[in-house]
Design a protein around this ligand. Structure first.
Ligand code: SAM
Length: 262
């Protein structure tokens, strides 16, 4: 187990997360291309780190049986409203134990909070066990490969050099997310600081939260998947999907659980 404690529960930001612009419009074509076209109609799909259920809702609308899992109970209360026909599981994926149930598992930007390869292994094992034979597992995850050159991270990312800031402004909220890459190269752990200002009963209220993200190398992630038993492990850089993905320094990985006869 990792010695670094990390809690990426997004409870405190749930009401604002539910107001942010949905990414469904540009996520769904990729999901369609890489996963959905290989699944039968009505297939049972699990979305891990489903947030307010915006992808679960889209899957359900397209005739799939969709289930969302998230550690944030508050986000799930929005998810239940956004996709009332879907099932939702309130659980930390590190503790998720399920018999083989799903024909596919999808996860975007939610498997980067585990601070050691042991923890990542437990998470992939839990997912593997919950999948039917031949089921697909597709996820996107930030990787160190994107900013390492010749065995070292680019200068910007070491020390206090690089902060990547995203900001969304609505009528009743401001959401600011700062990714601080002031890490030691051997650890590859960075901090994400989130701040919201929310207009409640005519008064602006500020909330802050910090959590950690660990950037693994693609080769490390693939080795863990292979050890757990996944096969046909393929990857692509999410920026290859076009203009909408500019600035998304993530890899998209897709693999399969073998059938007993394989
Ligand atoms: C950055 S958000 C991504 C949400 C959504 N998948 C997307 O792409 O928009 C990460 C989500 O993962 C959830 N999460 C974080 N740690 C988790 C864990 N250990 N188990 C389950 N969900 C987790 C958070 O509550 C949050 O909803």
């Amino acid at each position: 187990m990792s010695l670094v404690k990390n809690d990426a529960n997004h409870d405190r930001f749930a009401s604002v997360f539910n107001l942010l612009p949905s990414e469904a419009e540009f996520v769904m074509p990729v999901l369609e291309q890489l996963m959905l076209k290989h699944l039968p109609k009505g297939a049972h799909i699990l979305d891990i780190g489903c947030s307010n259920g915006y992808i679960v809702q889209q899957l359900q609308k397209r005739g799939y049986q969709a289930t969302g899992l998230d550690v944030s109970g508050k986000l799930l209360s929005f998810a239940r409203i956004n996709s009332p026909e879907s099932k939702f599981i309130h659980e930390d994926i590190r503790n998720f134990k399920s018999p083989p149930t799903y024909d596919a598992v999808y996860s975007k930007n939610a498997l980067c909070f585990f601070m050691s390869l042991e923890e990542l292994t437990t998470v992939f094992q839990n997912i593997y066990t919950a999948m039917h034979d031949n089921a697909l597992f597709m996820f996107s995850i930030p990787t160190a490969d994107i900013y390492w050159r010749d065995g070292v991270p680019e200068d910007d990312y070491i020390g206090y050099g690089y902060t990547n800031t995203h900001c969304y402004v609505g009528d009743t909220f401001v959401f600011i997310e700062r990714e601080n890459y002031h890490y030691k190269p051997e650890e590859r752990i960075r901090e994400v600081a989130m701040t919201i200002f929310e207009l409640i009963d005519g008064i602006w209220k500020r909330t802050d939260s910090r959590h950690l993200v660990k950037d693994y190398f693609l080769s490390e992630i693939k080795a863990v998947l292979e050890n757990v038993g996944f096969i046909e492990i393929n990857d692509c850089n999410i920026q290859d999907f076009g203009e909408d993905y500019k600035g998304y320094d993530q890899h998209c990985i897709i693999c399969r659980k073998p059938s007993l006869s394989q």
